[in-house]
Design a protein around this ligand. Structure first.
Ligand SMILES: [Mg+2]
Length: 389
């Protein structure tokens, strides 16, 4: 068994320029294994990482080091493996790791923030205004900012009213917001996030839905098999879109797939989703319909009878919300409480790198990434059985 894991470790480290996530998740598995092995096994494993100038520091929480710098260490909590950011950057080519995160405050607290920085220079960016909508416009590949990893419950979102728009947890009635598990679901059933440089204009009455926009960037659900990280920027293609009416506001949900997913090449439109992931569209419809019911809200409604519209419709909708965003950031006067600060756009809201760093530094560094215990874990574990009226 340990021989296999060592080979795995060696191969993933050697393929450090391959897709980032398969590497990190594989190394995670190996490290978990290494911490439980005996002395002979440890020596054996050490010999495998030596040729690539790495070694395990078993005394210090099973840290994998490269040139005496910590590379990866065992997680102290369920948050996952802690990775030295500067080394993470150096190990990844710019096309696989264009952005990194800088977490501030304690997770599961109202102070928690996830800022986004450029992967190569570490310069802060606004995930809303500075990350381009398109990763590859010719091939219609979009950037998606992941706010909520699949299976989690914390309602995290881009803070549209804060400088640099970090990701933070939504607060309702003075409490951190967690979505309830509506049977048979657990938390969010896809990676959930937003497309940068889009805006659902609250002044615009949508023809299709008869409702106004919800004042946020457009939402995306990413249906790939991998659980993404919070704050990660992934490249996706749009497959379709659902028109949710959430408390009277138009709230588009773009259905998308990570272009690196094993099924991405076969998924090109919403009908392919039903072929390859049968039941997912139906489950998605039900999820959005009922997710607020345990909190005493009515069932949500949909335009188009809840039907998911196709890729072309989705792309048209994204283009519209991109146009509204352009109008927002280019307006000569902004009577808005939205924060439009940007480090890259050449408009009146531009701030320099030093200012941006100061904004982040005003917030406390994360205390060893140990999350605060969740106040009401019982409510998050509970399954709610919903009878639709
Ligand atoms: Mg929305």
């Amino acid at each position: 068994m340990y021989r296999n894991t060592s080979y795995l470790l060696l191969s993933v480290l050697k393929s450090r320029f391959a897709e980032k996530h398969s590497i990190w998740s594989s190394i995670g598995l190996v490290l978990r294994h290494v911490s439980t092995t005996n002395t002979t096994q440890k020596r054996f494993i050490q010999s495998f990482v030596k040729p690539i100038n790495c070694r395990f520091d078993f005394k210090h929480n099973c840290c994998l080091t490269s040139r005496s710098q910590p590379l990866l260490r065992q997680p102290s909590s369920q948050t996952g493996f802690q990775l030295n950011q500067s080394i993470r950057r150096s190990l990844n080519t710019s096309h696989t790791m264009a952005f990194t995160t800088d977490q501030r405050g304690q997770q599961n607290s109202s102070d928690y923030r996830v800022f986004i920085k450029k992967g190569d220079t570490g310069e802060p960016v606004s995930p809303w205004h500075d990350i381009p909508l398109f990763a590859d416009e010719g091939n219609r590949i979009y950037n998606m900012v992941v706010e909520i990893p699949r299976w989690t419950n914390a309602k995290m979102e881009i803070a549209t009213k804060e400088p640099l728009n970090p990701i933070k947890q939504d607060i309702k009635s003075d409490k951190l917001r967690y979505v309830r598990n509506c049977f048979p679901h657990k938390g969010y059933i896809w990676n959930y996030g937003a497309l940068p440089q889009t805006w659902e204009d609250p002044k615009h009455l949508d023809e299709a839905t008869g409702c106004k926009g919800d004042n946020d960037p457009i939402d995306v659900i990413e249906i790939g098999s991998r659980v993404a990280d919070r704050g990660e920027v992934i490249k996706v293609k749009a497959l379709g879109v659902m028109a949710l009416i959430d408390e009277g506001e138009t709230d588009w949900k773009v259905i998308a797939i990570d272009v690196r997913d094993e099924l991405a090449a076969q998924l090109n439109d919403v009908r392919d989703v039903e072929m390859l992931k049968p039941g997912l569209i139906r489950a998605t419809y039900e999820w959005f319909k009922i997710y607020k019911i345990p909190d005493g809200k009515p069932a949500n409604e949909f335009a188009f009878n809840g039907e998911a519209k196709d890729r072309e419709f989705a792309e048209k909708t994204i283009a519209e919300t991109h146009k509204y965003w352009q109008e927002l950031v280019n307006a000569s006067s902004n009577a808005t409480d939205l924060d439009l600060k940007s480090t890259t756009l050449g408009n009146s809201s531009k701030i320099d790198n030093q200012n941006a760093i100061e904004i982040i530094n005003q917030r406390q560094e994360s205390a060893k990434a140990v999350p605060k215990p969740i106040d009401d874990q019982t409510a998050i574990d509970k399954w709610y059985y919903i009878t639709l009226p």
